[in-house]
Design a protein around this ligand. Structure first.
Ligand SMILES: C=CC1=C(C)c2cc3[nH]c(cc4nc(cc5[nH]c(cc1n2)c(C)c5CCC(=O)O)C(CCC(=O)O)=C4C)c(C)c3C=C
Ligand SMILES: [Fe+2]
Ligand SMILES: [Fe+2]
Length: 387
């Protein structure tokens, strides 16, 4: 086998408070994060939303020490993975490609090109697939691949999602068990899975398999845990005015308290590292909601970070992927069957899918304009500097 590389894909996070604005701009510039009818509107709207959100987001990052720990943790995961692969007899270089902050995916690709990597495993650090996370990174990679002929010589394979991997499930179950055993009556504690949300339309209209993969993952973790505890799944971190997957974490916690739950063990399920949504949103915001609602024991299961069973699971995924028939970037969306590739782009006359898509887009544009006018007191054209 030639020189082997593993490309770890992740979201990225601002390292300093000054990074928050440009990080948010990068995030909202992604059409997989805000789906807009007209591409030309993407950048101005990204700038607008990022400018409005920066201050509040900076306050949250300040509460967790002034920046995201994501880069440091992902680098530690990469180093541990390299060591574990070596122990399994598989030498490999590890590359980290972040979607919205340093080290960017483009930088990782430039480095693996320089190193002369001949065989590459693309492994997103998201256990479940979503259009907005792994899907967005895969789309970016497809574009980079098309533009760089050198990459076409690399034999690569993609791991689309891996939430069923036994080692991953065991590591999650071990961390949950450890937390349950800290409460006075472990069997009475309620296990509360809090997944990162996505807009409901991603699942219902665009066919994102995310909700189904999260639900199945929750079920598999509870089976692996093999304890009698009751459990709930809810979704956190909603952004913007549209409906996201329900129930929302901030509503589900007081509802459980009302039903008499006193001990709550919260499990962050969509992400394998500590980040702002665990350290700030769960540990500070949801804890306050829970305590006000009468929950005595609020415990949060730590993220997997460099848990040895988890790192072994990642190494097993890589070793298995190197042996299996390769999966191409263009195949991922076919495998995640329900995902529609893109809405039809060409106009067709009559009551057609295309007409409905365009009607929807025009309505959406009107809606965005109205929202901006309501929030700011100025019209969209005024905001964009056109009027
Ligand atoms: C699997 C995890 C994630 C999904 C799904 C996801 C979808 C999604 N996110 C936003 C908007 C924001 N996300 C932000 C930060 C952020 N998001 C994830 C993970 C998922 N996002 C992580 C791990 C992080 C934190 C990185 C870090 O700095 O530690 C932010 C910025 C923070 C803030 O201002 O609240 C935004 C905004 C949307 C709109 C979306 C689905 C469409
Ligand atoms: Fe997010
Ligand atoms: Fe948040």
């Amino acid at each position: 086998m030639g020189r082997v590389g593993v490309l770890l894909l992740n979201l990225g996070g601002p390292e300093k408070l000054e990074d928050v604005g440009p990080f948010l701009y990068n995030l909202f510039s992604d059409p997989e994060i805000i789906r807009l009818p007209f591409p030309w509107l993407q950048k101005p709207l990204a700038w607008f939303i990022a400018s409005r959100r920066t201050k509040k987001s900076q306050e949250n990052y300040r509460k967790i020490g002034g920046g995201s720990p994501l880069r440091r943790i992902t680098e530690a995961q990469g180093a541990a993975l390299k060591e574990q692969l070596h122990a399994l007899g598989q030498e490999a270089n590890i590359y980290i490609g972040m979607r919205y902050w340093h080290p960017y995916t483009e930088e990782a690709i430039a480095r693996l090109n320089q190193d002369g990597i001949e065989k590459l495993v693309i492994l997103p650090l998201y256990p479940q697939f979503s259009i907005s996370t792994s899907g967005s990174s895969f789309r970016l990679l497809e574009k980079i691949w098309q533009e760089d002929p050198r990459l076409q010589r690399i034999e690569y394979t993609v791991i689309p999602s891996w939430y069923k991997q036994p080692g991953y499930l065991q590591a999650m179950a071990a961390l949950i068990a450890q937390e349950l055993d800290q409460v006075p009556n472990p069997d009475e504690a309620h296990v509360f899975f809090s997944a990162h949300g996505v807009p409901k339309s991603y699942v219902e209209e665009a066919g994102d398999p995310y909700q189904q993969e999260i639900e199945e993952c929750t079920y598999l973790i509870m089976q692996t845990l093999n304890r009698p505890n009751a459990h709930t799944l809810a979704y956190q971190s909603r952004v913007g005015p549209v409906e996201w997957l329900q129930p929302y974490t901030e509503d589900a916690i007081p509802e459980l308290a009302e039903k008499g739950v006193k001990d709550l063990v919260v499990v962050p399920i969509s992400f394998v590292s500590e980040h702002i949504e665990t350290l700030e949103e769960i540990d500070l915001e949801y804890r306050e909601i829970a305590e006000e609602a009468g929950i005595h024991n609020f415990r949060r299961v730590p993220a997997l970070n460099t848990h040895p069973v988890f790192i072994k699971a990642l190494a097993d995924l890589v070793v298995d992927a190197l042996k299996a028939p390769s999966i191409k970037l263009s195949q991922v969306y076919q495998m995640k069957k329900k995902v529609k590739i893109y809405p039809p782009e060409r106009w067709e006359w009559g009551i057609t899918t295309s007409a409905e898509v365009w009607n929807g887009r025009i309505a959406m544009l009107g809606f965005i304009g109205l929202m901006i006018e309501l929030i700011t007191g100025h019209g969209l054209l005024h905001m964009l500097g056109i009027l």
